[in-house]
Write a protein that binds this ligand. Structure first.
Ligand SMILES: NC(=O)c1ccc[n+]([C@@H]2O[C@H](COP(=O)([O-])OP(=O)(O)OC[C@H]3O[C@@H](n4cnc5c(N)ncnc54)[C@H](O)[C@@H]3O)[C@@H](O)[C@H]2O)c1
Length: 382
């Protein structure tokens, strides 16, 4: 396969992630061709990129005139494309960030595969779909398709999960890894398995928190306070309210089903009840907490029929945090044993992609095997 000097990125889907990824490439000096099926989406994406670049210029401490010049020069390399084919025809790398739907992504990959030269790399930013399944749509060159999973907000978060599918050429993987490194990102390698690294290994952050509340071991605010005191920037319930309880439940269900419905990762009935009752978190005004403009969030109680023990709290704070850390570490060990990623990549992924104060293996090493209570033992049946 040819290795042309890479300088043009096509981004398909100009939403939250597409605009963020386009900004990253523009900042790194690439030319970007942007396409969205919805013309209004393309306008919004362009505005987002412009605002993102302006923020970046301000953070770099550029003075007003220099900042405007820099933003204008970067925006001069951003071109809107009216069709997928136009966007992709001369691109060195195409990244799709369209709706999370297998059929839609396959249709797009089929079109891109037909439109661009064999040396072009095709990447998907899917969070949860199989890379191998998406790549089957590239009838001509399935070997050039891989996952490049950026995190939100893409211009800020350094982590990118690089996910080869069954047919991905190792040279394609190496080139894609080198490109995102050149963009200032930190790549980690994951196999093509449900949740990749972060969305799998970090599942117990919320699942174990819910189990503690279900069991009456700790209340919602006690869990959040214990986790904050343990060095995390946000507690699990605060996090679920922020990302949306519906979004969290969909991710949890996807990983649980993808891994064969293991009991340890079974979503909690509390999540299903909240979603069913429109308590989706910040975006709906209530979730685990109630949000009102100008007021601190306050606890919104769970009905006794859903969480009969939620008002108890029988376990000390350090034990609450330790139980959640142990569950994450146990999942990390299972992922390593299943060959999903190396210890070092799992640690990097949780640190940079989920804002953990340290990766699970670093934590296990720090506290030692006795304190970990078997979390580091892959032979324990879970
Ligand atoms: N939002 C996140 O936190 C996040 C994080 C990592 C990965 N992802 C993944 O990135 C992808 C995009 O997510 P998002 O949050 O940016 O979505 P979004 O809804 O903000 O943007 C999607 C954009 O794609 C456009 N689109 C839809 N179908 C299209 C098609 N067939 N051709 C061209 N454009 C099309 C839409 O008009 C929209 O502008 C998804 O696969 C998602 O799972 C999202």
């Amino acid at each position: 396969m040819d290795s042309p000097p890479i300088s043009t990125l096509a981004v398909i889907g100009a939403g939250t992630m597409g605009a963020g990824i386009a900004q990253v490439a523009l900042e790194a000096g690439w030319q970007v061709r942007l396409h969205d099926a919805n013309p209004a989406g393309l306008d919004t994406g362009r505005r987002r990129i412009r605002d993102g670049l302006a923020k970046r210029a301000a953070r770099r401490g550029l003075e007003a005139g220099a900042a405007d010049d820099w933003v204008a020069s970067r925006l001069g390399e951003l071109h809107a494309s009216s069709t997928v084919e136009r966007a992709a025809e001369r691109a060195d790398l195409v990244i799709e960030a369209i709706v999370e739907d297998l059929a839609a992504k396959q249709a797009l990959v089929e079109a891109v595969d037909s439109a661009c030269p064999p040396g072009t790399i095709l990447a998907t930013n899917t969070s949860a779909l199989s890379i191998t399944a998406i790549a089957t749509a590239a009838a001509r060159h399935p070997e050039r398709v891989l996952g490049l999973h950026f995190f939100n907000p893409a211009p800020v978060l350094r982590l990118v999960e690089v996910v080869p599918g069954a047919a991905t050429d190792s040279e394609v993987e190496a080139r894609a890894t080198s490109i995102v490194t050149g963009w200032g990102k930190t790549p980690v390698r994951s196999t093509d398995t449900p949740g990749f690294i972060v969305n799998r290994v970090n599942r117990p952050f919320t699942i174990e928190a819910l189990r503690l509340v279900e069991a009456g071991a700790a209340t919602v605010p006690q869990v959040d306070a214990a986790i904050r005191a343990d060095g995390f920037s946000m507690g699990p319930f605060e996090l679920m309210d922020l990302v949306g309880i519906d979004v969290n439940l969909a991710a949890a269900t996807g990983v649980w089903e993808g891994l064969g419905r293991p009991e340890r990762l079974r979503p909690s009935p509390i999540q299903g009840w909240l979603v069913g009752h429109g308590r989706l978190g910040r975006k709906s005004g209530t979730g685990f907490y109630r949000y009102r403009d100008g007021h601190e969030p306050v606890l919104e109680p769970l009905p006794a029929s859903v969480a009969p023990h939620a008002t108890r709290g029988s376990v000390p704070a350090h034990e609450v945090a330790s139980r959640i850390r142990r569950a994450i570490a146990a999942e990390a060990v299972l992922a390593r044993e299943a060959g999903v990623a190396t210890e070092s990549d799992i640690d990097t992924a949780l640190w940079l992609g989920a804002a953990h104060p340290e990766g699970p293996f670093a934590w296990l090493r720090r506290i030692g095997p006795d304190a970990a209570g078997g979390a580091g033992d892959p032979t324990i049946d879970r």
